[in-house]
Design a protein around this ligand. Structure first.
Ligand code: NAP
Ligand code: F7E
Length: 321
């Protein structure tokens, strides 16, 4: 039997937790890289802690990456760790580049040194399209990032392509559009809205302060998207893929679906707050997942409405306890 050992950076994040679950079900030995903190942040992986192995490391520290790979001896590396919140990338642009851009090179160099046969997945992002030059966005659409985060992801994307072409590594880049879940961080708009709706319904909060309600995103379910990451590493040849639903919705539509779930009128609770506007906005994202469907046989399963309702229900349950 082929040895199946995965090493996941960012295992404590939304995607890392779903990917770890998915790979365990496939029979993988799963290692996760975690950075040291004064308090543990293992909430999302608490239910699988006895099935995975954690190794300390940080994308800022090349030596820690090398020794983590030597210890885990993985066959696949999923590089999900990043400073992933777009507004923070304006507040901490240099740190964002260190994690989200140069961190990818550190990981690739470590793989080259430890075992160039390791298959590598890089978490690229639809934020690379930014001020979009083509709609819908495909693997061929040129990038025009609009935030330090988007710029850093473009670097991470191209260094992955470059290592594939320079050193013949099996290195792929998944260009994933926004994907959400009940495990999404509370500052991202979907979770901020579903958490806010639950709090308002339970009388814990009266208003929900938001920024640009006209922005459009192609939102899918994180549980579906981690399967696509795995599929990319099971192909005969390495390649890059857009992973998206092919549908786009405004923030306002998201708000409506969430408030409808609990029978409340959003217009009575949502307050527009300029503090949540961005220095440069990404107005419209809609991905074309045709290549992923054709070559990976991947399609999203959970609809936008189902996902938002699932998130509202989960926040209601959590806050009612
Ligand atoms: P997330 O919930 O914010 O998780 C980020 C993870 O990165 C956390 O586990 C965090 O660890 C870790 N991390 C941050 N800096 C690190 C460092 N210096 N060294 C080691 N680990 C570090 O993000 P996500 O939503 O799961 O997204 C996963 C990846 O996909 C990210 O690269 C993101 O940029 C990218 N992406 C996400 C989406 C989306 O819609 N979710 C779409 C496209 C691409 P701590 O727990 O220690 O903070
Ligand atoms: O914003 C608007 C905001 O922060 C979505 C990350 O996972 O996906 C994510 O990046 C939209 C933007 O996600 C609020 O202006 C309005 O247009 O949920 P978000 P994001 O910036 O699209 C990509 C693919 C990634 O790669 C990233 O890592 O919603 N919006 N009002 C708001 N956004 C927030 N956060 N808060 C608001 O109050």
């Amino acid at each position: 039997m082929d040895r199946k050992v995965a090493f996941i950076t960012g295992i404590t994040g939304q995607d890392g937790s779903y990917l770890a679950e998915f790979l365990l079900k496939k029979g993988y030995k799963v290692y996760g890289m975690v950075r040291r903190a004064s308090v543990d942040k293992y909430e999302r992986i608490a239910h699988i802690m006895d099935k995975i192995e954690l190794i300390q490391g940080d994308l800022l520290d090349q030596y820690s990456l090398i020794s983590a790979l030597k210890k885990a001896q993985p066959t696949e590396v999923y590089n999900l760790a990043a400073q992933s919140f777009v507004p923070t990338s304006w507040a901490q642009p240099v740190l964002t580049s260190e994690f989200t851009a140069i961190g990818v090179t550190r990981m690739l160099e470590s793989i080259r040194l430890v075992d160039p046969k390791i298959r590598f997945y890089q978490a690229s992002s639809s934020e690379m399209y930014g001020k979009v030059l083509q709609t819908p966005q495909t693997e061929e659409t040129p990038f025009y990032p609009r935030s330090p985060y988007g710029v850093a992801k473009v670097y991470g994307h191209y260094i992955t392509v470059n290592y594939r072409e320079s050193y013949d590594l099996f290195a792929v880049s998944g260009i994933l559009f926004n994907h959400e879940s009940p495990r999404r961080g509370l500052e991202f708009v979907t979770r901020k809205v579903t958490d806010g709706v639950a709090r308002i319904k339970l009388g814990l909060q009266k208003e929900l302060r938001l920024g640009n309600l006209d922005a459009r995103r192609d939102w899918g379910f994180a549980g579906d998207y981690v399967e696509a990451m795995w599929l990319m590493l099971q192909q005969e040849t390495p390649d890059d893929y857009v992973i998206a639903t092919g549908e786009t919705r405004t923030v306002k539509e998201l708000v409506q679906v969430a408030f409808d779930r609990v029978g409340l009128d959003w217009e009575k609770h949502v307050v527009l707050d300029p503090a949540f506007l961005r220095p440069a906005e990404v107005d419209l994202l809609i991905g074309d997942p045709a290549k992923a469907k054709r070559q990976l046989g991947w399609t999203p399963k959970v609809s936008f409405e189902e996902m938002i309702r699932m998130m509202v229900d989960s926040d209601l349950e959590r806050l009612s306890q």
